[in-house]
Design a protein around this ligand. Structure first.
Ligand SMILES: *Cc1c(COP(=O)(O)O)cnc(C)c1O
Length: 363
């Protein structure tokens, strides 16, 4: 499904030299690589500031906390996502309010979001799922009209664009993950908040280090959520290749979609005005489980992101939702399957996957 070693081998020497230099330097947390990565990644996305943190989950937690989102606040988000944004809202005492997705992009449907706005709504938290941006034009218009904060979960969408502008730069804060399988992956955990708001950046900068303003004088509560030098150095090397790797994913996606044009599945779309970075290439079919078995029997890996929506899962039952509340998200959970899409995938491998899918029959 994913081959991280081929990519590593292509940059091994540069990475090993950088790591050896850091080990020798004795400076392991914070430092010149973290500062440089923050600047380079902010520039890459067209944001003013980057704040390196421990994970994409912490990027969300620190952003929401720094924006004052907590008990009593409703935050509208998607039930069809990796759990982190919803989990973090609950931990902060805020209330996730789910709105259904657009079945084409798998991202929040702005029309459904509009229906969920109440006097207690404080924020909208769109997730740019699989690397396709949510409809930020419509979401920002709603936010402006109702005076809401927007925090973007861009953990799967680094380098994706909507109307020429990077995912993560529309709202107050954009949250990025460097989990190893992401398009820009570390050799461990890492994350970043990008923002154009310098005051917010300063608050998050304090929060990631216990609210420590200077030498054990604290100006706020905080966490331990720092990015380390070795991860930052590796990420800087990879960031220089990210545009090329995202382009390779797009070429692979175009090959798949052309070879699968008459196959018995629905291929993913890139809506006009968007630049999809194909963190996942996700097709759908009502016979998903049979298709996966068919692929598996030929030694072809596939994954289901995500098999169950969040609103029906045990930790989130207290929110009071039921099966049937979000039909598009629920249907996606039954039908989606992601195919291998990493940049180093070969033409031969793509052809093999497509031939296998084309010969699939559910009966
Ligand atoms: C990966 C991911 C996260 C969390 O990132 P971590 O770095 O693993 O904490 C959050 N949201 C989405 C949509 C993700 O895919």
């Amino acid at each position: 499904m994913l081959d991280l070693r081929t990519q590593y081998r292509s940059i091994a020497q540069e990475v090993e030299t950088a790591i050896a230099g850091i080990l020798e330097s004795g400076r392991y947390i914070g430092g010149e690589n973290v500062t440089a990565l923050e600047k380079e990644l902010a520039e890459y996305c067209g944001a003013r500031v980057g704040i390196g943190v421990n994970s994409g989950t912490d990027a969300l937690k620190l952003s929401l906390f720094a924006l004052g989102i907590g008990p009593g606040d409703e935050v509208i988000t998607s039930p069809f996502t990796f759990v982190a944004p919803v989990e973090v809202l609950c931990i902060l005492g805020a209330k996730p309010v789910f709105a259904d997705i657009d079945p084409q992009t798998f991202c929040l449907d702005p029309k459904r979001v509009a229906e969920k706005i109440t006097p207690r709504t404080k924020a909208i938290l769109p997730v740019h799922l699989y690397g396709h941006p949510a409809d930020m034009t419509a979401i920002m218009a709603l936010a402006e009209k109702h005076g809401l904060v927007v925090v973007e979960d861009a953990c799967q969408a680094i380098g994706a664009k909507h109307q020429g502008r990077a995912a993560g730069t529309f709202g107050a804060a954009g949250c990025i993950s460097f989990y190893p399988t992401k398009n820009l992956g570390a050799a461990g955990d890492g994350g970043m908040v990008i923002t154009n708001d310098e005051a917010l950046a300063a608050r998050i900068g304090l929060l990631r280090n216990h609210g420590n303003a200077d030498a054990y004088h604290y100006t706020s509560l905080g966490y331990n959520s720092r990015l380390d030098e070795i991860q930052a150095a590796i990420l800087r090397i990879k960031l220089r290749r990210l545009a090329e790797w995202n382009e390779a994913r797009r070429r692979n996606a175009a090959r798949y979609s052309s070879l699968l044009a008459s196959a018995p599945i629905i291929t993913p779309v890139e809506k006009p005005g968007n630049y999809h970075i194909y963190h996942q290439y996700t097709v759908r079919t009502p016979h998903r489980d049979k298709l996966r078995a068919w692929l598996g029997a030929a030694g072809i890996g596939s994954m289901v992101y995500y098999p169950e929506p969040l609103h029906t899962q045990e930790p989130y039952r207290f929110l009071g939702y039921h099966e049937g509340d979000f039909p598009c998200a629920e249907q996606a959970c039954r039908e989606v399957v992601s195919l291998p899409i990493y940049p180093e995938l070969t033409e031969g491998e793509i052809q093999e996957v497509c031939a296998r899918i084309s010969s699939f029959s559910p009966d």
